[in-house]
Design a protein around this ligand. Sequence first.
Ligand SMILES: O=C(O)CCC(=O)C(=O)O
Ligand SMILES: [Fe+2]
Length: 371
Amino acid sequence: MIALIVPWSLMTSTHAVTRVEPGIVHSCTAASARGLASVKTMIPYTPPQSVSALPIVDLSLLDESRDARLTLAAQIRDACRNIGFFYVRNHGVPRAVFDTQYALARELFDLPLDVKMEIAQSRSAAKRGYEPAATQRLDDGSPPDLKESFRYGPEPARDHPLYGRGLPTYGPNQWPRGKPEMATSMGRYADAMVSLGLRVMRAIALSLELRDDFFEPYYADPMTTVRLLKYPPHPDHALMNQIGAGAHTDWGGITILAQDEVGGLEVRNVDGVWIQAPPLPDTLIVNIGDLLAMWTGNRYRSTLHRVKTSAARTDRYSIAFFFDPRYDAIIERVPSCRGEDVAPDACTAGAYIAERHRATAVEVEVEKEKG
Ligand SMILES: O=C(O)CCC(=O)C(=O)O
Ligand SMILES: [Fe+2]
C-alpha cells in the first residue's frame, strides 16, 4: 500500500495560505525549526464570526466513575481533534486566586517603564521578566504585537543539572524592585496552575487511550511559564495588521488561559474561519501547543489564534500558563498515534521552544539587522 502524507497545513485550512505552520515540524532539531521560522507570510486580519463554537468540558469528571472519566476523555478527544481549544469548568481553582493574580498584574504593569525595564526579559537567558510592547512578533509577517507581558515560573534548585545553562525557564525569575511580596503571591498562582496542568494532562492521556500518568515523566522538571499579558485599547497609530497578539500557534504542551471580561481572543477553526473565544464565567481555556500536536502526529491540533485589541477604551488583561515538557524530553508519537501511514516524528522539546523564542523576538532581529 502506498503511504499518503497529507501536509497538516492543507488538512487544517481551506484557504490558500502559503505560510508553513510551526505544527508541521517533523524533526524539530533547532536547525529545522529555524528553517520554518524563516517563512514570513502576513496573516491578514479578517473579522471573526461572533458565535463561539468552542466546546466546554467539566474537569471534575476526572475524579468520578470510570464511565464519567471515559465521557470526559471522549469530549476532550473531539475537542482536540476538531479545534484544539476547549473551555474547562469545575477546574477547582478558587476565584480568589484569579482576583489576586489580576490585582498583582495591574500593580506590575502600572510601574514606571524604567522600573519595568530593570527586569527586562532580554536580560534573562531563562526568558523570565518584563517584555515591553512591540518586542515580540507572533505573526512573523505582521508588525510587532501591541501587548506587553511579564514571564515568571517555578525556579528549579540551583544545583539542578539544567539550571543556569542559558535554557528557557531553568533560571532565576526577575521581580520588580520594591515589591518583595510579589514573588510569594505570584508563586501561589503558578503552584495552582502546575496542579491543574497535571490534571489536564491526565485527562488528555486518557483521551489518547493511554494510562492517565503517561505524560508524568515528561513533566518532571518541566518548562513552565506564567505569562501576564496587558493589551492596550486599539491605538489610532496602529500599523496595518498590527493587533494585540498576531496569529500564532502555541509552542509547547498545553496552555491554560485566564482572561478578564474584555474579550478579543480569536481562534481559527478547521474551515479557516476565525471564531471568537469570549470569556465565560468560571471557566478557563485550554489549548493544544505544537509539541502536543507532534506527540499525536497532528491528530490533535495546534490551532492558530490571535488577540484583537479592543475598540473600547479599555485595557485587557489575561494570564497564560504554558505547561511544556522538560527541556531534554524527546517528543515522539505516543503509542496510540503511531499509524502505518506516517513515519514517527522525533523532536527535543527544549530545542523547539528555544527556537520559537528566538524566531519571535523583535529585538534579536533588530540586532541582527544592525550587525
Ligand atoms: O491573551 C490571550 O488571550 C492569549 C495569549 C496568547 O495566545 C499567548 O500568549 O500565547
Ligand atoms: Fe497563544
